[in-house]
Design a protein around this ligand. Sequence first.
Ligand code: PMP
Length: 351
Amino acid sequence: MKKWEENIRKVEPYVPGEQPQKKVIKLNTNENPYPPAPGVAKALNSMDTDELRKYPDPTSESLVCEMAKFYGVKKEQVFVGVGSDDVLAMSFLTFFNSGKPILFPDLTYSFYKVWAELFGIPYECPKLDKDFRIQRQDYYKENGGIIFPNPNAPTGIYENLDFVEDILKHNEDVIVIVDEAYIDFAGPSAVLLLEKYDNLLVVQTFSKARSMAGMRIGYAIGNERLIRYLNDVKYSFNSYTMSRAALLAGVESVRDRSYFEKTTEEIIKTREWAKGEFLRLGFSFPDSKANFLFVTHPDHEAKEIFEKLKECDVYVRYFGGERTGRYLRVSIGTKEEMEKLFDALGRILTR
Ligand code: PMP
């Protein structure tokens, strides 16, 4: 190692899913198979590019107000960022500052561990049970904050609001973050608990149900004081997080509630149909309420299926590892895309 290398911060980075440049059936990063709301294309096409000379609004007022209206909260309760990854990273930095270990499940969104390491936040990872469920009692002990996704990733398991509230009741002295990246495919959001719990932060994204992973918009909703603290950290890091294009597109997306509901409903329908198809082929899986299924086959190695699907230009996600090595995570595409997946799987499993 060179002398200058000794003091460099060394981290083990998060590994994002592959983004192949060729056209494939892409079921590996939980994107939405439908385009964004039609108003988004219109807004971007008629965007005044001369405006790009100027910095965007650092407060992202237009988008923040539109979100506040959508969720029936005050604009002071909304924070926006460059995808929920940015919002979550800022939240770790802002709220997990006690020196005590924060808690998140052992099997969950793998970025949590990366942020904890990067920011030097101690953490503990209570084990999911054998059915991949979060054990609520594991979160009753003293801690420096809690984060978990609901539905969880990569299992897709959704816990109802009684469960979320129970965790909040046992943790009134720390910040509890519920990462709701997939909530629109699942059930009621913890946003409904915000009036009762001022230590709750709900984080959501435009990347899944709003079909805009490529635009990078995420947001947090919480008590006004939490949002103020979050903004203070944001302004200490990067004031202009949201580009003018992202603000325009984001506002249009939120305005079109019926398109959002229609495409989300379609994905849920396809997911439920896909469950039957996976069962027919001998797979089993936790009962996912997200836009993906976490499937395993008793007679076939997941890695092998993954590789063979790739040869057929069908991309799914394989994580490997002790607890996940026998599983594949398959995003829900259009019905047609899923039919092609099942055709390919049928061929692979009978070979
Ligand atoms: N949380 C969870 C649980 C996720 O699976 C993802 C998607 N990888 C994210 C947050 C981040 O999504 P984005 O940054 O696109 O909003």
